[in-house]
Design a protein around this ligand. Structure first.
Ligand code: T1G
Length: 680
């Protein structure tokens, strides 16, 4: 074994030279790896005893991409082009042995090899669009040559990885290795040699990129990307593989890649990549804080939220007992869960056996006593403080001593709920977002007395159930809903100045949100938190509720819905609003789109600054992650706080004052010091 450099070793197995990359944590294709690969390939080429070359990685995965932390920095050695060229110059067959995730530059290196084998669990992807980029090491030119145009387009435009069976079926890999990867790869090489097969450069494969692909590309380019630029650039680069000689295609890709690297959208997305990984760092809770085992979970309430919450644990293979008050409610709740799983199976997401396996983790009960051995109990009952305190008092009596009691409340005070128990240090909020089995965001609400071990346990649990857990403090609406309320209040004001709900929603859609605020309320239900006895026909929401128009679930709300739940602006809503204008003496005006977007974004930013001021979030980037995963803020804009830094806090402050909002003291301080949220 020869150490080529700190991350690259070269050894020999019989007549095969073996290059091993070992660059934890994910073998990123950083400078040392590129330099190591080039040097190792040179040595292997000169080794007469080696008839073939095997490339394999140590640790948990094959190369998982370029080193994102290196972007924007000056190169100190070989770039992606030199690395590719070295592979293309090899005369001996080079085989990549893949485990874990061959992503981005990792898959591109694998495609520079002549053959690829993998274990069945391996995944393959070109996720560059998720960073606002396109593949920049030959992926747009080599991938279609191996998989064909349709599969290549799907992979580079969506950034979604594929599994080994899909990769084998589409020609991306040559074999799935049943046992040990290295042994299987060496056996594959011996067969290759005995069959007399030599180097097979991907760049020379023309068959799958020859033909008329105009319809496919026209369709791909016609998709609505809502202002997100990278996918179209990726599609154009793949198209060049069908129109240009390889080297000219590479030149086109390089030019486009560099332009993308310099783009504001890529800067925002690279910021979010690291922001998402920062959320688990808690200033006063060290990474090595002991955590409590969560082997069995209880959920109180089998309604929409309770059922969805329970699914997260069943999906992770953690037994869950769901408690309801009445059998029919319990049966209905478990029936909805089963229907959800059957729906996934019908879409081919998993098999009928998998449905049964997941359902087997769910147990129904009508008594709290069945939760006495649970490590964590989450209540998802009616959003009323007295009801929640009553539930927590009862749970406190039946739960085992160190069980964690969590509330799924979306805005109530966790500290007050904790007073109903003898264990405030084991009480916190776990705020799931509806639908709880789908939305990735989990606000972890830390009470005044919540123990550090409990906080650390919750952060770790979030990862276990594939959620993005963000630690927030106790305040009305925590982080997400508190900022949403600021946005909604300003939107409601604009309704009383002349805007229709769909006027405001359209501006948010054009900004890049997947859904406008009023369409979102129709989805959630206009009666959420609405009380008939407190309704005075004074707002559009009152009028809608009083008319039984509660949103999608009643087929009408701010919008009217057809049987496929397609929304159209409602003449009923329009009349209600015009009657309100008349009743209140409003002279309606056309509100410009720029004013609407400012009045939808600035209040959120101002509220986010107050949240930071009050210490209810650890950092500005955590707030951006909340809005990315909880509300669909367009990722290529980085999040409300990143966006504020980008447009200038002085602009935000001027807007906040212009629209009559009380400016956050922190926002004023940062502006006076000419600083940004990112300086905090
Ligand atoms: N560069 C640098 N660091 C990375 C990294 C990368 N590509 N991927 C992960 N890390 C760090 C991460 O910050 C974290 O660090 C640790 O590894 C574990 O990551 C030329 C230009 C591979 C599926 O987009 O999708 O190639 O916080 O917590 O959940 O065309 O990481 O521990 O200090 O996410 O097990 C394309 C990005 C790059 C893949 C593993 N590749 N990474 O997930 O662990 S662009 C990607 C991931 C490119 C080429 C272009 C995931 C993962 P720390 P983790 P995980």
């Amino acid at each position: 074994m020869t150490a080529i450099n700190s991350v690259t070793d070269l050894s020999r197995e019989g007549d095969v030279a073996v290059i091993t990359i070992n660059n934890p944590p994910v073998n990123a294709l950083g400078q040392a790896v590129r330099d190591g690969l080039i040097a190792a390939l040179d040595k292997a080429a000169q080794d007469d005893g080696a008839k073939a070359i095997l490339l394999i990685c140590a640790g948990r995965t094959f190369i998982a991409g370029a080193d994102i932390s290196e972007f924007g920095k000056k190169l100190s050695g070989a770039g992606f082009m030199e690395t590719q060229d070295k592979f293309d110059a090899m005369k001996k067959p080079v085989v990549a042995a893949i485990h874990g995730t061959a992503l981005g530059g990792g898959l591109e290196v694998a495609m520079c090899c002549h053959y690829r084998v993998a274990v069945a669990s391996a995944k393959f992807g070109q996720p560059e669009v998720n960073l606002g980029l396109i593949p920049g090491a030959g992926g747009t030119q080599r991938l279609p040559r191996l998989t064909g145009v349709p599969k290549a387009l799907e992979m580079v435009a969506t950034g979604k990885p594929i599994g080994a069976p899909d990769a084998l079926a589409n020609g991306l890999i040559d074999e799935i290795v049943p046992g040990d990867l290295k042994e299987g790869a060496l056996a594959f090489i011996q067969k290759l040699l005995s069959d007399g097969k030599g180097a097979r450069r991907t760049r020379d494969l023309q068959e799958k990129v020859t033909g008329d692909f105009a319809p496919i590309f026209t369709f791909a380019k016609s998709q609505n990307m809502r202002g997100f630029e990278a996918p179209l650039d990726a599609i154009n680069a793949v198209e060049m593989a069908t129109k240009l000689p390889f080297d000219e295609g590479i030149t086109f890709e390089q030019k486009t890649f560099l332009a993308r690297m310099m783009s504001a959208q890529s800067g925002a997305l690279r910021y979010l990549f690291f922001a998402e990984r920062k959320v688990s760092k808690i200033p006063d809770v060290s990474d090595d804080t002991a955590t409590l085992p969560i082997k069995k979970v209880g959920v109180i309430g089998a309604g929409t939220m309770g059922g969805g919450i329970a699914m997260n644990f069943a999906n992770a293979g953690i037994p869950v007992t769901i408690v309801e008050m009445k059998q029919n409610a319990l049966d209905r709740g478990l029936g909805v869960v089963k229907k959800n799983y059957d729906g996934s199976a019908a879409k081919g997401r998993f098999t009928a056996e998998e449905v049964d396996r997941r359902m087997s983790f769910l147990t129904g009960s009508l008594t709290f006593e069945d939760l006495s051995d649970c490590d964590l109990i989450i209540e998802a009952v009616f959003e009323r403080m007295d009801v929640k305190k009553d539930v927590f008092a009862k749970l406190d009596k039946v739960a085992k001593k160190d069980a964690i009691l969590a509330s799924n409340t979306s805005f109530l005070n966790i500290d007050e709920i904790a007073t109903a128990t003898s264990r405030p240090d084991h009480v916190l909020g776990l705020h799931f977002f509806s639908p709880a089995n789908v939305m990735k965001l989990l606000e972890i609400v830390r009470g005044e007395k919540t123990a550090k071990e409990v906080v650390a346990t919750a952060m770790k649990l979030a990862k276990t159930i594939s959620k993005v857990g963000v630690l927030v403090g106790v305040a009305h609406g925590f982080v997400g809903n508190r900022m949403l309320e600021a946005r909604a209040n300003e939107a409601d004001k604009m309704l009383m100045e002349g805007a229709m709900p769909w006027d405001i929603d359209q501006v948010l859609l054009d900004f890049g949100y997947p859904m406008g605020g009023y369409a979102m309320w129709d989805l959630a239900g206009l009666d959420l938190g609405w009380a008939k006895e407190e309704s005075h026909s004074d707002t559009l929401r009152d009028l809608e509720n009083e008319a039984g128009r509660k949103g999608q679930k009643t087929g009408a709300g701010y919008y009217d819905y057809d049987e496929k739940r397609k929304a159209t602006p409602s003449p009923v809503t329009e009349k209600m609003l015009k009657d309100l204008w008349a009743k209140k003496g409003v002279s309606p005006r056309q509100i410009p789109a720029q004013e609407i977007i400012e009045r939808q974004i600035y209040p959120m930013i101002n509220e986010g600054a107050k949240i930071l001021e009050e210490g209810k979030a650890s950092r500005a980037s955590d707030i951006d992650i909340v809005w990315l995963y909880g509300y669909g803020f367009p990722a290529w804009r980085g999040g409300p706080m990143y966006y504020a830094d980008a447009i200038g806090l002085d602009t935000v402050l001027a807007g906040v004052k212009k629209y009559g909002l009380k400016p956050s003291a922190l926002l004023e301080k940062l502006v006076s010091e000419k600083k940004k949220f990112s300086d905090l």
